[in-house]
Each structure stands twice: as C-alpha cells, then as structure tokens.
Design a protein around this ligand. Sequence first.
Ligand code: PEP
Ligand code: MN
Length: 364
Amino acid sequence: MTTPLHITPLEEWLPVAVHPLVIAGPCSAESEEQVMETACGVASIPQVKIFRAGIWKPRTQPGAFEGVGTKGLKWLQRVKEETGLLVTVEVANPRHVQQALDHGIDILWIGARTVVNPFTIQEIGEAIEGRDIPVMIKNPLNPDLKTWMGAIERLNRMGIHKLIAVHRGFSFFNRSPYRNAPMWEIPIELKRLCPELPIIVDPSHICGKRDLIPETMQKALDLEMNGLMIETHFDPSVALTDKNQQITPARLRENLANLILRRESVNGEFSQKLEELRSEIDKLDEELIDILARRMKVVEEIGAYKKVNSITILQLKRWRQLTRDRIEAGIKMGLSREFILKLLESVHEEGIQRQIDVMNRDES
Ligand code: PEP
Ligand code: MN
C-alpha cells in the first residue's frame, strides 16, 4: 500500500448497523418471479440487509447463460421498493456502472475476473467518480494480495471511500475440498495492513458446495470478518448458474441462527493467529506431498533404468550412505535421528515397492 486508505466506516453509510453484515440473493437474476420469490424469502431473515443478484455474468464457456442483462435491473428496483432491502449487482465495465446508477442500484461489486485489470478498474472508477456509491471489491482469482489492494487503492484515490473487500477464495492448482482455496492468511494480512477496510466473506464461491458453507461462515466470524455474502435461491436445483453452492432462504435462516458470535479481541486474535499458523501448515504439507510424489516418480525412473541394465533393485551401499547423509543433514536442522530414520525407512520401503512394480510391469 503506497498511501493510507480513506475509508468511510460501514456504520456511517449503512442505514442499519449490523454485525455481521449479511448479503444474500441468487448467483444470477433469472426471471422476475425467481428474483421476487428469493428476495421475499431473504427479506424475512432479520440479519439480511442487502440483496445481491448477478445481471451480467462472467462465464468461462461461451454460450453459457450470461445473465438477463439490463431488464434485471428493473426487478431489483422492485425488490428495493417491496422489501426495503438495499440492492447490489456486479459491474464489469463503465456501461454496467452507468446502467446500475440509472436504476438506483445501491451498491456495486467488482468480480474476481475484473479486479485483475487496472485499465478496467480505472474505467469503472471514472464512471463512478463523484457518485458516492459504495463498491465491493472481490479478491482476484489468483492469490495475489498486491493486485487486490491495488484495485482497492486505485478506487480509493479516485475519491471512492465507501469500500468493502470481499474474500471469495483463490484458484489453486492443488486438490482441495474447496472450489476456491480460502487461504485465510491473505484476508488476514489485508486486515492487518488496512484495519479500517471492512472485509466480508463469500462462503458460496469459496466452498462451491452447500455442505461446507456453515463452517466457512463460522470461520469468517471467528476471524473477525465484517460480514457474509451468501448465494441464495428459492430452488437451487433449477438455478442457471452455481447451483451446487446456492442455498434456500430457509437454509440461510437456519445457518445464520446457528452462528456463534464470539467475543472480539482475545478469541479473535487467538483464532486469527491459529488460522495463520494452520494455513502455513496446510501449505507446507501440500509441498511435502508434492515433493514425495515427485521423489517417487524419480525412483520409478531409476527402477526402469535398473531394469534395462539388469541391475538389482536394492543397492545397500548407496542406501547406507544416503541414510548417513540425510541423518547428518536432519540433525543440523534440529530434527532427531530417530525421526529421520523412521521417515527414510518408510520412504525407502515405498520406493522399493515402486521399483518392484516397474520391474514387473512390462513382463506381465
Ligand atoms: C458471483 O458473485 O456470482 C461471481 C461471479 O463471483 P466471483 O467474481 O467471485 O467469481
Ligand atoms: Mn456465483
């Protein structure tokens, strides 16, 4: 961050101060009936203050449903009038901004695919300039805090002070139960660097499936995040986008009622630290597994080479030397002899098995 942010606190611009701030509504507006039925469902949940719906949908595959476009803005106007909820839509270019402003949309959000492009952020900022509308900025797809902060800072420098960051997880090549890895250490670092900036969490896009949503909602609160954005559809089974991660208004009500609001400070600080350390462990374990898998591949290559050259699998002299070297190196790094030996034996055993498999493979 090159300059400090100037953020208008949430409670100064939200008509109702709430914690956590809850935003609910479908991934996409699909029809007036779907929007109204879902909106009426979420409006009866006391914690929900803002209704979301995507009108222009960024889709990976061309030809997929790309949103209903401008006509959906009229449905959102109806939601506003009939339920009293504030309404928010995703904008990805100045034309979207203009149309949203023309239809009295209360809050804009910038999606994960848009936030990476400084030209687009600049153009969106210019279209908003002077209009005093709040903007939510999702994190970029890639785990890059600088890009996220760059977009926030760019808008802030253009005089947009009502800003909220939205944590929606990150694309990550490693397998994980999540659609987008939460990598909590990134929003935690954002909070540390910009304590005045509210951060809300989008468990729907992090989880990708309904079952993981409640625990992710709780985690967001335990980490002292300011709110939640939850994709809600009156019948997720027929949703045109993101159907596996949307929940019904009834389920949302239940999930919110089950949340435990812990005391701030001691608990929050403690769990933030714990989460940072756990994230660190998760990353290290992923690396460890990756390295072990790569080591086994090399072992198999050696097996194939030994086979071609008719060399025995077990090379005792080499194994003894390797064990001695690794134990020595491990002890220098503060690891115990017993631990390294156990680890090496286990790795060696698996390696031998892999080589036996290679030896047998082509003969069968
Ligand atoms: C969405 O909120 O529906 C959406 C498209 O989100 P993201 O930009 O986080 O993928
Ligand atoms: Mn979605």
